[in-house]
Design a protein around this ligand. Structure first.
Ligand SMILES: Cc1cc2nc3c(=O)[nH]c(=O)nc-3n(C[C@H](O)[C@H](O)[C@H](O)COP(=O)(O)OP(=O)(O)OC[C@H]3O[C@@H](n4cnc5c(N)ncnc54)[C@H](O)[C@@H]3O)c2cc1C
Length: 541
């Protein structure tokens, strides 16, 4: 047996949650090593050059959910992070003549073009959603009540957590409780149909219900996904989405600096092959190069299916756990492209190639919920939709560090595509065909687009899995469905960031509160690990 190590924690994966967890652990005086498979930290929150001279946030592309406490505690601003707001939130080109703009104080007038009734209901809708989002905001940095089979003494903390949650909900009046229930169990489509009558505003809001969610907007539970996308804020402005100057990599580079300053040892190009288990306890890891690193705690930043399915000897896990984690639902329906552009898109519905506020928005190309529903049905039947959903963001309109002067970069977040293609087909054989389709869709709204493309990077679900370890291309490390949320994320009995083996912890998006660049799972996991150190539960490895 190797010499005992004085290392307190090995973190597998240097995604933003692994880095956040590392920084908090080190701040508590623990000795931490982060092992990252890629040559760069950040996981799905990275900025890379994808075409000579053009850099972009190659996977996640817009910021809102990053928790203000994490920003403060890790001093991300001091480490170089600056987030700016878009001029308006969204722009939806609907057809050759019509469009909708959302945000920037103009939503009411814009919605009134389609329905005066809908325009008059906007503020009530926003207020309700804000109240419910506040409940969620309060819960984001809490460990969910963990369902336990232990005795009553061990159950007390869980009962207290449950009571705190109950108290929070009891502060809501009855109409708000009904709203909360609706948002947790209804479909985004049903929820929005209850509020509005015109298609464009329902499409603008309903898009949040299918982001990273391989589902129709009429799938029950999709209203929660909508809610998940509104609990964030930008520079104190609730619900807003913004851009990190330098791209999403600026967030994770700042996190890495915070971790390094606190003494964390970050090792790049260091894939972990195996978690070492001795007498039912996780005691170390072995890297692909064969190096063994022992530590008192082993913390995984990985999708739970990746950790338990590939890195841990099946015989170390009990049958029920193994069986359940094999059924963990992953697969986003996401196809991601980065394009280098010679000029800005000139939309038929709102002409102009010079920079205007709509170019800074999340540009949603999907005019109605019915269109999104059909896109899902098409993808289920044939692998992708001929009329897909694309959100395009052009971050170079807010950040001149990404492209040469006068040129631009755009992120295309495209849905719906099947995580696994039918009839055994491979994304390796269909990547370019589907990428052309996405470009064609944008071109149908902005006819100068195709000719403006100087270079493109394509990330099919398979590429997202290969590059970032996102199983099935799942952007959230597992679907945000009711059976995979809160006390059930990643599984009843393991919602407290502790794995099924002593010394094993989870700090990635497969734990509460789930996906998105939040830093919350990393923050919460660190709190539980530090508590176990203080209680003397983590011994010499
Ligand atoms: C295409 C796409 C678009 C998105 N858009 C947004 C958005 O705009 N805004 C937003 O807030 N969220 C967005 N998300 C979601 C968000 O990016 C993720 O939920 C989040 O980044 C996950 O962070 P994480 O730290 O939990 O895990 P990850 O970022 O997945 O990090 C895990 C890390 O583990 C590493 N790893 C894997 N296997 C090993 C191994 N064996 N050994 C060592 N290291 C390993 C990986 O390389 C990776 O660095 C998007 C995600 C994707 C993919």
């Amino acid at each position: 047996m190797a010499e005992p190590s004085s290392r307190d924690a090995v973190i597998i994966g240097g995604g933003h949650n692994g880095l956040t967890c590392a920084a908090y652990l080190a701040a508590a005086g623990l000795k931490v090593t982060v092992l990252e498979r890629r040559a760069v930290v950040g996981g799905a929150a990275v900025t890379e050059e994808f075409h000579p001279g053009f850099r972009n946030s190659v996977a996640s592309y817009t910021v809102s959910l990053l928790n203000p406490k994490v920003i403060r505690d890790l001093e991300l601003a001091r480490h170089g992070l600056r987030v700016v707001e878009r001029k308006i939130s969204n722009f939806l080109p609907l057809d050759d003549a019509q469009y909708l703009k959302v945000g920037g104080g103009i939503t009411e007038g814009e919605v009134a073009k389609f329905s005066a009734r809908d325009a008059s209901r906007l503020s009530a809708y926003g207020e309700r959603l804000d109240v419910i989002a506040d409940v969620l905001r309060d819960m984001v940095l809490e460990t969910p009540p963990n369902v336990t089979v232990a005795g009553w003494i061990e159950s007390i903390p869980e009962l207290l957590r449950g009571a705190r949650l109950g108290r929070r909900i009891s502060r809501l009046d009855m109409p708000m409780r009904r709203e909360l229930l609706g948002l947790f169990v209804q479909s985004a489509g049903d929820y929005l149909d209850g509020w509005f009558e015109s298609a464009p505003i329902k499409a603008a809001y309903g898009f949040d219900g299918i982001v990273g969610n391989y589902a129709s907007p009429y799938t029950p539970g999709s209203a929660y996904v909508l809610l998940h996308h509104v609990f964030g804020e930008v520079n104190g402005k609730k619900g807003a989405w913004g851009h990190a100057i330098g791209g999403m990599g600026a967030i994770t580079q700042a996190m890495a600096k915070a971790a390094l300053e606190r003494g964390v040892d970050i090792r790049l190009s260091s894939p972990v092959r195996e978690v070492v288990v001795e007498s039912g306890r996780a005691v170390g890891v072995v890297t692909e190069s064969g190096e063994m690193l022992r530590a008192r705690s082993i913390v995984s930043n990985l999708n739970p299916k990746l950790l338990f399915g590939r890195l841990i000897d099946p015989s170390a896990l009990n049958d029920d756990f193994r069986e359940r984690i094999s059924r963990w639902r992953c697969g986003s329906g996401t196809f991601r492209m980065n394009v280098a552009l010679s000029e800005l898109p000139d939309f038929t519905a709102l002409p102009g190639r010079t920079l205007a506020e709509h170019h800074t928005a999340g540009i949603i190309m999907a005019p109605s919920l019915a269109y999104m529903d059909q896109a899902y049905l098409d993808a289920k039947a044939g692998g992708w939709s001929k009329r897909p959903i694309v959100e395009m963001l052009i971050p170079s309109t807010l950040d001149d560090s990404l492209a040469p002067s006068g040129r631009h970069v755009a992120s295309l977040f495209c849905q719906h595509v099947a995580p696994l293609l039918p009839n055994g087909a491979s994304w390796d054989d269909h990547r370019d065909e589907v990428a052309d389709l996405m470009i064609d869709l944008v071109n149908s709204h902005a006819p100068n687009f195709r000719a403006a493309v100087l270079g493109r990077q394509i990330l099919s679900p398979l590429d997202l899995e290969r590059t970032f370890g996102l199983i099935g291309g799942d952007i959230f490390h597992g679907a945000l469905s009711l059976d995979q949320l809160f006390s059930a994320r990643p599984m009843l009995g393991h919602a407290d960031y502790r794995g099924p083996l002593a010394g094993l912890y989870m700090c990635g998006s497969g734990t509460h509160p789930g996906g998105g660049v939040t830093g919350a799972p990393g923050h919460n996991a660190a709190r539980e690990i530090i508590a176990d150190f203080r209680r003397g539960r983590l011994k010499q490895a």
